[in-house]
Ligand binder design. Structure first.
Ligand SMILES: CC(C)(COP(=O)(O)OP(=O)(O)OC[C@H]1O[C@@H](n2cnc3c(N)ncnc32)[C@H](O)[C@@H]1OP(=O)(O)O)[C@@H](O)C(=O)NCCC(=O)NCCS
Length: 144
């Protein structure tokens, strides 16, 4: 049910969940088209209902030589609470760890999603900050 997809295939879910009412160009994230970037899609029949993207990016909070950033984690409203977010997160962790045994995964978590990530042992670091036109975020991370 989870497969690698293209950047473009993530855009409808990103738009609906993460950038509703915002210009279409805002669903494109820096790093989307880099060769080592991984986009995952959760399929319900032929429909992509959940997405997550992993970009090779360092954050200055961490000294680890290998760091990936999770971006654009989103599940369509009708499909939430069915462990799809969990499945995407765990699948991504496994994939990254298989490829890079020493990888650190970090991301800018929306404040409303902090407790979701805490369930999977992610920790916060630093102060909350605003991403303009979106909402408050805080950096979270885990050494995989
Ligand atoms: C956050 C999100 C990805 C979670 O996906 P989901 O498929 O609904 O979550 P799951 O069904 O896999 O939930 C797994 C567990 O986390 C819990 N959980 C889910 N969302 C949560 C939240 N926002 N806060 C706290 N706990 C949450 C669930 O209750 C479940 O717990 P359980 O195993 O004890 O029953 C989804 O709600 C979403 O897309 N939200 C809007 C966009 C967003 O905030 N994305 C994150 C950007 S950083």
């Amino acid at each position: 049910m989870i497969r690698k997809i293209s950047a473009e295939e993530t855009y409808p879910v990103r738009q609906q969940v993460l950038r509703p009412g915002r210009p279409a160009r805002e669903v494109f994230f820096e790093g989307d088209l880099e060769p080592e970037t991984i986009h995952l899609g959760y399929f319900d029949a032929d429909e992509i209902v959940g997405v997550a993207t992993y970009v090779g990016r360092k954050n200055s909070f961490f000294e680890d030589s290998l760091q990936y950033q999770l971006r654009g984690m989103a599940v369509l409203p009708d499909f939430r609470g069915k462990n799809i977010g969990e499945a995407l997160l765990l699948y991504g962790e496994k994939l990254l760890k298989n490829n890079h045994p020493e990888v650190l995964l970090w991301f800018n978590a929306r404040e409303v999603a902090i407790d979701f990530y805490k369930k999977y042992a992610y920790r916060t670091i630093g102060d909350p900050f605003m991403i303009p036109n979106v909402c408050m975020h805080i950096v979270m991370y885990k050494k995989l």
